[in-house]
Design a protein around this ligand. Sequence first.
Ligand SMILES: Cc1ncc(C[n+]2csc(CCOP(=O)(O)OP(=O)(O)O)c2C)c(N)n1
Length: 633
Amino acid sequence: MYKYLSKINSVEDLKKLNNKEIKILSDEIRSFLINSVSKTGGHLASNLGVVELTLALHTTFESPKDKIVWDVGHQSYVHKILTGRKDEFTTLRQYKGLSGFPKRHESEHDHFDTGHSSTSISAAMGLATARDLKKEDHKVVAVIGDGSMTGGMAFEALNHIGQSEKDITVILNDNEMSISPNVGGLSRYLNKLRTAPIYSKVKDDVEHLISNIPAVGKTFMKTAEKAKDSIKYFLVPGILFEELGFTYIGPVNGHNYDVLSEVMNRTKKIKGPVLLHVITKKGKGYSLAEKSPDKYHGVKPFEVETGKPMVSKSKLSYSEIAGETLVECADKNDKIVAVTAAMLSGTGLNKFAAKYPDRLFDVGIAEQHAATFAAGLAAGGFKPVFAVYSTFLQRAYDQVIHDACLQNLPVTYLIDRSGLVGNDGETHHGSLDVSFLSCVPNLTILSPKDGLELKEMIKFAMAHNGPVAIRYPRGSTELENKKLSTPIELGKAEIFYEKGKDALILALGTTNEMALDMCKELEEHNIYSTLVNPRFIKPLDKDLIIKLTKQYKKIYTIENNSKIGGFGSQVQNLLNDNGILKKVEVFALPDEFIEHGDVNTLYTTVGLDKDSILKKIKNDFYCDTLSNIAITK
Ligand SMILES: Cc1ncc(C[n+]2csc(CCOP(=O)(O)OP(=O)(O)O)c2C)c(N)n1
C-alpha cells in the first residue's frame, strides 16, 4: 500500500531516498500514523507535526551513533517508524506491546527514557559530558517542544550548557501549543521571533561580512562583533538564547523538508551549543487535528472520517466531577482560585476557566512553580486549588513540603490519575503518592470511594484550614444523586458494609467497589466480612481501626498505591504501635515500575484484581478450617 514506507525498516533505508521521494514518504507516514493511532489510540497531533522534522533529523545525523533525545517522548512515533519499529504499531501502548514513549530497552536508537516533560536538555548535557569525558566523537541532539520549554528544568539546563560551551544541538519544535495553547512570557517571546524571520538572514549577512574581513586587529573585530550585536538587538526584541550562550538559528519552516534538512546540515557543523528554532503545525495533515490540536493530543480509538471516538462515554469522569464541584464551591466563595500546570482539560478545570477566567491560572508545564505559587496565594489570603496528575506532582514534592505544608497553608491538591493509569505506562502511573505524601506533617490526605464522595471531600477541603490532598483515579463513575451515609468528618472512616466478624477489609478509595463485590462473593463461601472505607489516609481513623482489628480473625487492606509506605503499611504500623499482634495482609502495588497496558490487565498481572484477592482470602479461611480439623482429630 505504501510505496516508500513499506521499504523503510531502518534509517539506512531512509538514507537511500532522494528529497522528492522523502516528500512522498512524509505523506505516507502521516497516513500510516492516522490509520494506526485511530485503531490503537495514542498521541496523534504532536506526531503529525514532527514528520519532516524527524525525517530531517535521521537524514542529517547518524543515529544511533549520534544521540537524539526526545522531550516528553510522546512525539517519538515517527522516530520509532524510521528505526525499525513500524510493524509493531498494531501493539502500540498495549500490554507487552510497543511503548508510546522512548525506551532504551526497546531500541538502540532510544537514548533516554521519558514521559515527563522538560528533561531532554539536561539529559543531552549528561550524554554530551559523558561523551567528552570518554573522548568520543558524536553529536547529541535534544528535541523539545515550546510547551516543554516552559518547564524550569529546561532553563536550568540551558543555563548550564551555555556556560560550558558544550557541543550540543537543541531543536526547539515550536507549534505554539502545549496540550492547550502555550502560555507565558516565553511563548510571547517565541512569537516575536516567529514574526521576525528577517533576523536569521541579516545575521548570516553580518557574520559573512565579518568573516570576510582579512586579518585585522582585535579592536576592529570587537567593533564588528558589537555592530553585529547591535543589529541583532535592533532586529529582534531580545536575544535570549544567544545571551545564554547558544548560537540561535531560525526560525525555520518545519514542514519544508528541503530547507529544513539543509539548515540542519549547516547547524550540525557549528561548534558549541546551538538552538535551532523550527516552526511546525500540531496535527499537520489531518484537518480535524489541525483545527483542534488539543483534542487530538492524546486520543482513544476513533473513526478517521469523522473523528468520533469508537466508544462513546456515558458516565462522568472523576476529573469532570472535580471541576464541576470546584465551580460550585467557587460560586459561594470568591477566595477560591484554581491552578493548573498545562493540564486544564485533563484535570477538568475547563468549566472553572470558562466561568472564572480571572481566578484560573495556567502556569505552563511548571509543577514546581505551580505548587509554590499556590502556597503564595494561600499566604496572601486565598484558597488555592492545584489540580494535578499524581505522577506530575512528584515534580513538586519539595514545594508541597517546604512551601505549603511547613507553613500549614490551606492549599488543596486535587490529585488526579492516582493508581495505575494504563496505556501511558510507568512514567505516568500514580502509584506513589500515598507513600510520598503520608510522611509530610500537617497534610490531610483523603481518597473517595466514588464520585459523590469526591464532591463532598472537595467541599470538606474548601472548609478546612490547612493543606489537603485528595487522590482519585482516572476513569468515570456514576454520580448518584443521594446523600453520603455519614458526612465527611476529619479523620473519620465509614463502615461501608457489615456482615460478620470473619474478615475485616479496609479498602482505599475506589477499590471499595471491587471490595464490596468480594464481600458478597465471600458470603457464598460462608465467610462474613466487614468493609471499611477509610476516607482519610491521614489522619487515620485510629480508634475505629484499633477497635475493629481486635474483633476480627483476619485483616486485609486493599489500595492502588505502592506497598511500601502505602495505606496498608500505615495500618500495620498502627497495630504495631498499639501492641496488636495481628497479621495485616496488604494488597497493594509491588515495588516495581509497572509497564503500559490496559488498566484491568495491569491490575491482574500484579494480583490486584478481584479474583486474585478473593482466591487469597478464601485460601486463608480454607487453611484455617483444615488446621482446625487437624487439631480436632
Ligand atoms: C512534568 C509534566 N507535566 C505535564 C505533562 C503532560 N504533557 C504531556 S505533553 C504536554 C504538552 C507538551 O507540549 P510541547 O512540548 O510543546 O509538545 P507538543 O505536544 O506541542 O508537540 C504536556 C503538558 C508531562 N508530560 N510532564
